[in-house]
Structures are given as structure tokens and as C-alpha cells.
Design a protein around this ligand. Structure first.
Ligand code: AMP
Ligand code: ZN
Ligand code: FE
Ligand code: FE
Length: 284
């Protein structure tokens, strides 16, 4: 008998994933997961639908969200897990974050227009489907307009950092972002610290020393973009800083074809016991 897996980091069509929240729950059940978290970017709109479908399938569901913060030059991502199903304060904070997203998206569209690629903002919004609109949706609009062959090319040529239509997003400071999640959720986890190839053990050590007093309670050790060495550094630093450990695939459906729900790139295997540890440690 193999240990059952969980996945505490996934995205639905409420942000930049391609599966509806209900379809995601069905896929989670079909691939044998014991539990999964929905952690859409800046948006909790998918939680109710995912929770209802998970309940129907007797699958444990963890309501979550992923936000970004800026620390110096770095954009870091933070997961709030075990959120209440609805919270007016959190919704207000997320709406403010999304408004900054919208301002940035318009600046990107202005640059693309200046480069000879005018896109209709309404078309981009429609492609997003939900409230959290971002570069993947602009990339899809560029593909549809015939400006690039694939979404990846849109990032390489126009939308990626340092490219002609790149505009940085205004992001909350770490303390602000951590605080707004911590008010609502017992588990606030620094997501995929090694997604950036320039992250080092010592920089991460410093980040955790700074974030822990702000209310960070966990570190995402298992992730599609972490190799065994990076996962081990995370496990070691989580222990050092008294943080819990979380993990997930960061599944985005067709928008990240090489990342599978539950298993990532074949390198993610988060045991159900991790969920028990979180529940015991944070008493909920
Ligand atoms: P945004 O939140 O609007 O800044 O867009 C960030 C999202 O764009 C990420 O969550 C990824 O899904 C996607 N993304 C970022 N960089 C790339 C890239 N180089 N190629 C493809 N997708 C990317
Ligand atoms: Zn995403
Ligand atoms: Fe992320
Ligand atoms: Fe994510």
C-alpha cells in the first residue's frame, strides 16, 4: 500500500490555470489525491466551487490563495492556507492588489500598442475569465492576434523581465503581505523559494529570519521547480527557523503542460502525513 499524496499548491481558471475549480477537484480525485489546496493568484473566487465538488467526491479541500510581495529587487510568493471560505477583510485586500494588477496590465498593453500590437483590453479580460488578469492572458491574446506562435514566445520576446513590453508590478512589502494573510490563515508559507535560479541558501536564511517575526509560519519545500538539493535546504532551514513545511505541484493545467497535478515534473510527492502535521501543529 503506497502512502496517499496531497497537493497544496494549484491554480484554476479563477486565476491563470485552465481547469475550472470543479474540474480541478475531479482531477484531484481521479489521480488519487487525498487532499488538495486551491491557491489562485490574488483571488478566492474559485474556493466555493472547488469546495463543493471536493465534498461531493469525499476529498479533503484546503482553501488557499497565493500573493506576491516585493523585497528589494525580488518578487517572492506567499501562500495562505486553511483560509476561511469567505472573509470580507481578505477580499478587500485582494481587490486592492488586483487593482494594481489592472494598472500594470494596461501599461503593458500601452507598450504593446506602441510596438504595433494593439490588443483589446476587453478581449484580454475575457480570456482571463476571472478577476485576476495577468501576463499569461496577455500572452494568449498575442497568440490569438497572430503576433507570436505560442505563449512562451510572447514571454521571451515581449512580456518577460527585461523585454520591451515588460512593466514591473507594484507589490506589497513582505510585512504587509504576510500580515494580511496571517490575519485569516494559520499557515502562511513562503512559496517555491528556489524558483529563481539566483536564490541561495544564505539569502533564503536571511529572508526567513526577517519574515518569521512578521508572521510567516511555513516554507514550501516540495515544488515542481525544486530539485532534491533545494528541497533538502528548505527542510533544513524550516527546522532551523521553526517553520512548518508545505508542498505542491503549482499545477496550472494547459498553461504549464509539463507540470502534473499531484506529481509536478515527477519530482513532487507530498504525503498525507504532512497535512496531519500542519493540523496538529497549528491546532485546527
Ligand atoms: P503576472 O502575475 O501577470 O506577472 O504573470 C506571472 C505569470 O506568468 C506566472 O504565474 C506564470 O504563470 C507566467 N509566466 C511568467 N514568466 C513566464 C515565462 N517566461 N514563460 C511562460 N509563462 C510565464
Ligand atoms: Zn500562475
Ligand atoms: Fe508562485
Ligand atoms: Fe503558484
Amino acid at each position: 500500500m503506497y502512502a496517499r499524496r496531497i497537493d497544496l499548491h494549484t491554480h484554476s481558471s479563477a486565476s491563470d490555470g485552465t481547469d475550472s475549480p470543479a474540474a480541478l477537484a475531479r482531477k484531484a480525485a481521479a489521480c488519487g489525491l487525498a487532499a488538495f489546496a486551491l491557491t489562485d493568484h490574488d483571488c478566492t473566487d474559485g474556493l466555493a466551487e472547488a469546495a463543493a465538488e471536493a465534498a461531493r467526491l469525499s476529498l479533503k479541500f484546503v482553501p488557499g490563495v497565493e500573493i506576491a510581495v516585493r523585497r528589494g529587487e525580488r518578487e517572492l510568493h506567499i501562500l495562505g492556507l486553511f483560509l476561511p471560505m469567505s472573509s470580507r477583510t481578505l477580499e478587500k485586500s485582494l481587490a486592492a492588489i488586483r487593482a494594481l494588477r489592472d494598472t500594470r496590465n494596461q501599461a503593458v498593453l500601452d507598450r504593446l500598442a506602441a510596438l504595433g500590437m494593439p490588443l483589446d483590453p476587453e478581449d484580454v479580460r475575457r480570456r482571463a475569465g476571472g478577476k485576476a488578469v495577468g501576463r499569461p492572458h496577455i500572452a494568449a491574446a498575442l497568440v490569438a492576434a497572430g503576433c507570436v506562435a505560442a505563449g512562451r514566445d510572447a514571454f521571451i520576446r515581449f512580456l518577460g523581465r527585461g523585454c520591451p513590453a515588460y512593466v514591473p508590478r507594484s507589490l506589497p512589502a513582505p510585512e504587509e503581505g504576510i500580515t494580511l494573510l496571517r490575519r485569516e490563515s494559520p499557515v502562511v508559507s513562503l512559496a517555491h523559494p528556489f524558483l529563481s535560479p539566483t536564490m541561495t541558501r544564505s539569502e533564503l536564511d536571511g529572508i526567513l529570519a526577517e519574515f518569521r517575526p512578521c508572521g510567516l509560519t511555513a516554507l514550501e519545500a516540495y515544488h515542481s521547480d525544486h530539485g532534491p538539493e533545494q528541497t533538502n535546504i528548505c527542510l533544513e532551514l524550516a527546522r532551523k527557523h521553526g517553520l512548518s513545511v508545505t508542498g505542491g505541484s503549482d499545477y496550472h493545467g494547459e498553461n504549464k503542460k509539463d507540470v502534473a497535478l499531484g506529481t509536478g515534473r515527477g519530482n513532487v510527492n507530498v504525503p498525507l502525513s504532512l497535512l496531519d502535521d500542519l493540523e496538529r501543529r497549528h491546532c485546527f
